[in-house]
Design a protein around this ligand. Structure first.
Ligand code: SAM
Length: 237
């Protein structure tokens, strides 16, 4: 029998995202401006009346489950990638995924709200969410209350450095071909993801090593050069 201080929550929606694996997902939302996915409302919430009034807001808070690691447990102290993986901080002083309750919180710009058959979707710009992420709740972002201009940001007081990203001639051509065929802007998306340096700290001094990330239905091969990143090629799956 559940104890009196445990609660059962069930998702109100699911995320359909360009990020098919954890590697490459930005460490916070808003670092990418492109549409990175959409939220689908699940029954019985897949009704437009649950969203009435939302069109007047530009951003929402999304509360979600870190479902891909929810069985992996938690540790009291973690190493934020922002600190180069060298320093440990208390889990509650970080946005680490491995937490006692694996719940995440992202503020995300919303796009179109629309219906396809019986399904209701909200387009999301720059969400830092894995494909298939279960969503517990959404709430409108309230600038007057949520935007605290004199807030202190601890170890993450400003955005991380971004790096120059160069596309090889082959990658440029492959992106153009993909964009013409699929009417989906990927050049900016790839640039905005790679310029954050998505590599884990232990690989961050490796030059010329090839990495791959999957976005939507494409594999992107890229590597770090001494002072920039290079997109080598794009493979359409
Ligand atoms: N903005 C959220 C927060 O502060 O709670 C997430 C921050 S967390 C540091 C961001 C990372 O969560 C991403 O880089 C990705 O690797 C991971 N992530 C996103 N969705 C996930 C999911 N459904 N399951 C496990 N990890 C996920």
């Amino acid at each position: 029998m559940p104890s009196s201080n445990s609660y059962t929550l069930s998702p109100i929606g699911t995320i359909h995202s360009c990020y098919k694996e954890k590697f490459g997902i930005p460490r916070q939302p808003g670092l990418v401006t492109e549409i990175t996915g959409r939220l689908e409302l699940l029954p019985p919430y897949n009704r437009l009346d649950t969203l009435e009034g939302l069109n007047d807001f530009s951003h929402i808070w999304i509360q979600f489950i870190f479902h891909a690691i929810s069985q992996e447990g938690w540790k009291a102290k973690v190493r934020p990638p922002r600190l180069g993986g060298k320093e440990k901080l208390g889990v509650f002083a970080t946005r680490a995924t491995h937490r006692p309750n694996p719940i995440g919180l992202s503020v995300v710009k919303i796009g179109r709200i629309y219906q396809e058959g019986k399904k209701i979707f909200i387009d999301l710009h720059g969400a830092d969410l894995l494909d298939g992420t279960p969503v517990l709740d959404i709430k409108p972002y309230l600038p007057y209350a949520d935007n605290i201009t004199d807030a202190k940001g601890g170890f993450a007081h400003s955005q991380s450095t971004t790096y120059f990203v160069k596309f090889s001639e082959l990658a440029k051509h492959q992106c153009e071909e993909y964009e013409n065929l699929h009417k989906r802007e990927i050049t900016t998306l790839i640039k905005q993801i790679i310029e954050q340096d998505p590599r884990p700290s232990y690989l961050s001094d490796q030059i010329d090593r090839e990495h791959g990330i999957t976005l939507w239905d494409i594999n992107i091969k890229w590597c770090a050069r001494s002072d920039h990143f290079e997109i080598l090629q794009i493979e359409h799956k």
